[in-house]
Ligand binder design. Structure first.
Ligand SMILES: Nc1ncnc2c1ncn2[C@@H]1O[C@H](COP(=O)(O)OP(=O)(O)OP(=O)(O)O)[C@@H](O)[C@H]1O
Ligand SMILES: *[C@@H]1O[C@H](CO)[C@@H](O)[C@H](O)[C@H]1NC(C)=O
Ligand SMILES: *[C@@H]1O[C@H](CO)[C@@H](O)[C@H](O)[C@H]1NC(C)=O
Ligand SMILES: *[C@@H]1O[C@H](CO)[C@@H](O)[C@H](O)[C@H]1NC(C)=O
Ligand SMILES: *[C@@H]1O[C@H](CO)[C@@H](O)[C@H](O)[C@H]1NC(C)=O
Ligand SMILES: *[C@@H]1O[C@H](CO)[C@@H](O)[C@H](O)[C@H]1NC(C)=O
Length: 374
């Protein structure tokens, strides 16, 4: 301020004006009305704070966040055969054996499934996730996973970085997998994101991922590894801006209506209350025989959407308001006749309608206008 305001009076006036300008923000922060959970301005300020935080560590995310939440195609993709981590300025060709053997250092283990052990790792100053096999016998599973990942690169899918034989390198997602979303949002660090807006946007990104699977370059793919809401969410990772990306592509069989090619998600009987009715053994107490089990299509995924979204919406102020707006379309998702259930396209339209109604986007503008007006 030193040189900018020589005469003291000018300084004082400026300061007073600044304070007067800031006062409403302080008030809106502390005197939240009970109906404040759809208070877009406060939400948006949090959003900007978050953007600012990312700006230090990775400039690329800001542009992505600036595109607005929930739009399909948020993450800018590199051309096929290349990748760009949030900490990189430009796209680079996928990494092969030489680079992975010489330039990657593994750090601690961050997770493990039945097929992969996953480690945090450093490649030339960038954090990545390094996965290798739990058992040599699963070789073909991980190879299949790698091929799928390479072919299905999309903003709704975990970013592929490189591979060498059965070692896989991908983008590292600090927030981990989405089955732990409640734990994450309940951490003090993230408590300010534990609101209905973040949760709704996560639900929307989950829906976008299913939409992508149902309309993928490899045809209509079904998310079979989904016998409960948490199991389903364990197939997703959480991005820094709280979107879900598909991470596990080793069990997504193809449905082809024209070719009359349908699927059975498992070889054994399930009694899960979460799955669609057509996934259940229809012959009562007769001994289960997989060859007699009728096959089905991608509408099994649609049946599960209300359950997963319900889980994601959780129990914060506003969750039930969103639930009530989605009630009708969710009821259609659970029509016993699969052909009567909506497609992901219809669901996306409905979700976006609810989003525009409850979480309109012109918030940044209103702040800008306000300061101009001032
Ligand atoms: N890119 C990543 N960034 C951060 N954490 C990850 C990443 N990939 C995997 N993880 C963690 O490692 C765990 C195991 O990974 P994943 O579920 O993909 O293994 P899997 O063996 O293929 O699983 P499944 O048993 O379902 O087939 C995940 O639940 C997640 O917590
Ligand atoms: C919901 O809002 C009320 C009133 O603003 C507040 O007292 C309460 O703590 C909020 N609950 C949650 C879970 O955020
Ligand atoms: C890695 O980071 C360090 C310190 O941040 C820097 O000195 C070094 O040049 C970087 N190396 C590469 C390859 O980017
Ligand atoms: C997987 O990677 C870890 C960490 O680099 C290593 O210790 C382990 O031996 C590897 N396992 C296999 C089966 O290659
Ligand atoms: C690839 O890995 C398998 C074990 O997972 C090993 O038997 C084989 O020799 C490896 N091939 C190459 C080319 O490294
Ligand atoms: C199986 O169901 C039939 C009729 O649905 C019934 O008559 C029969 O007793 C049942 N058997 C067993 C072992 O429960």
């Amino acid at each position: 301020m030193g040189r900018a305001c020589k005469p003291r009076v000018v300084c004082l006036i400026l300061l007073t004006l600044l304070l007067l300008y800031l006062l409403p923000w302080f008030w809106s922060g502390s005197l939240q009305p009970a109906s404040g959970f759809f208070n877009y301005e406060v939400d948006e300020m949090l959003g900007q704070e978050r953007q600012g935080k990312f700006q230090e560590s990775n400039p690329d995310v800001v542009t992505v966040a600036g595109l607005g939440v929930g739009q399909p195609g948020q993450r800018r993709l590199c051309p096929q055969g290349s990748f760009r981590l949030p900490t990189m300025e430009t796209c680079m060709p996928w990494l092969g054996c030489k680079e992975i053997t010489n330039k990657v250092t593994t750090l601690g283990k961050i997770g493990s499934g039945s097929i992969k052990k996953v480690y945090k790792a450093i490649w030339r100053n960038h954090t990545v996730a390094y996965s290798n096999l739990t058992k040599p016998t699963y070789r073909n599973f991980i190879l299949q996973d790698i091929e799928m990942l390479k072919t299905l690169q999309h903003p709704s899918v975990l970013q592929y970085v490189g591979s060498c034989n059965t070692t896989l390198l991908t983008e590292f997602y600090q927030l981990g997998s989405a089955d732990f979303i409640e734990n994450i949002l309940n951490l003090n660090t993230y408590s300010k994101f534990n609101n209905v807006r973040t949760r709704f946007n996560m639900a929307l990104s989950y829906l976008e991922a299913i939409h992508f699977l149902h309309n993928s370059p490899l045809g209509t793919r079904v998310m079979c590894d989904s016998k409960g809401p948490r199991k389903t969410l364990s197939q997703f990772l959480i991005t820094q801006d709280f979107k879900l990306v598909l991470s596990d592509l080793d069990w997504i069989p193809e449905v082809n209506h024209e070719a009359h090619h349908f699927i059975k998600c498992r070889r054994i009987r399930t009694k899960s209350k979460f799955v669609a009715p057509e996934e259940l053994w229809p012959f009562g107490n007769e001994t289960y025989d997989n060859s007699r089990m009728p096959s089905y299509d991608e509408k099994t995924d649609i049946w599960k959407i209300p359950g997963v979204v319900d889980y994601l919406l959780g129990n914060v102020n506003g969750s039930d308001v969103v639930r009530s707006h989605l009630f009708k379309v969710h009821q259609q998702c659970q029509n016993r006749d699969p052909s009567q259930r909506p497609t992901t396209k219809v669901l996306l339209e409905e979700y976006n309608r609810v989003k525009n109604m409850l979480f309109p986007e012109h918030i940044t503008n209103s702040i800008v206008n306000y300061s101009r007006h001032f």
